[in-house]
Write a protein that binds this ligand. Sequence first.
Ligand code: ASP
Ligand code: MG
Length: 404
Amino acid sequence: MLIVKKFGGTSVADKDRIYNVAQRCIEDYREGHDVVVVLSAMGDTTDDLISLAKTINPEPKKRELDMLMTTGEQVSVALMAMAMDAMHVPAVSLNAFQVKMNSTSRYGNARFKSIDTKRIRHELDSRKIVIVTGFQGVNKYEDITTLGRGGSDTTAVALAAVLHADKCEIYTDVDGVYTADPRVVKDARKLDAITYDEMLELATLGAKVLHNRSVEMAKKYGVELVVRSSLNRSEGTIIKEKVKMEKMLITGVAADKNTARISVIGVEDKPGIAFRIFNTLAANNINVDIILQSVGREGTKDISFTVAEDELKRALEVLEEYKEALTIQDITYNAKVAKISVVGAGMMSNPGVAAKMFESLYNSRININMISTSEIRITVLIDEKDIEEAMNAVHEGFALALVE
Ligand code: ASP
Ligand code: MG
């Protein structure tokens, strides 16, 4: 069997943890399997490197930032190879250059284009454990790139796809994917399995277990994933195309506080205005999420929408700049809002999920500002201060803790 094992920063944060990971990889190796290990940078290294960069230059060039950040992963893989060597197991560390993991040019947010498997195959054939840097690629200028924060998961899935791995295991510091963030919802329960689509919705909604592009890629190439803890032996959560339906409508509840609402008031009520507003925002790289348009009155209407809170300032600047051209009379905003979502493939065939969610919120007297839905998700915008109560109320409303 060929097994890809990815370990996050907390799993390799210090000497003991590095030896713990080495031990787990060696167990598979000794059973005769081919083992490819993908590592993140140790602990908070990536954050520390970014802070360090900013002490030198508050706005570092993205190319140089990638050059700096990728050193974190290089430290991890080299130390891991040394640990395995100390345990008398042949191992070799490789970076994206050595493997030839080609990516798009975009620094800080590159995507894989092609991965050469020759070197890895060669090392596996000589019975070595191969340890690869997560998070990095090489672009056509032969510069090193990064895949965006949390991108090591995507490195692991990409390698599993091109190597046709039998298993792709993502090791982290939690036991798997939960019905809600266990730090907020005490009764949250670990899921045995979840579909790619559900996981994608949850990953996008801020359940920070997996890099969402890794889930997209896993779905595209049919790579079955397991998310599990490196600190214990529990089974983890399997992520795959189809999961046998448990008796529940909803798989999980997720919250996202990185949200702000903007309202443009009194814009002309005529065709093309919404297009121009959102086109202007898109042209300035601002992602808009939930949109709500009021019914027109006296030839004008209001449009409200949400953006990521860290893009709020920029969005307001853009709207202010084009205020007249877009016929906007007034702009209001609120950064103290949050999204709460329920996700579940079960809702496709079951009406009443939205009603149940609204009922749970109503029972806690929590006001709903905006609503948006997809086939397998319902999201509502509420006041940020209510988010923890809302999470618990909705989780309980769907009896997520009780099913087993
Ligand atoms: N070390 C990188 C980060 O913190 C990549 C990763 O951990 O997946 O974003
Ligand atoms: Mg991560």
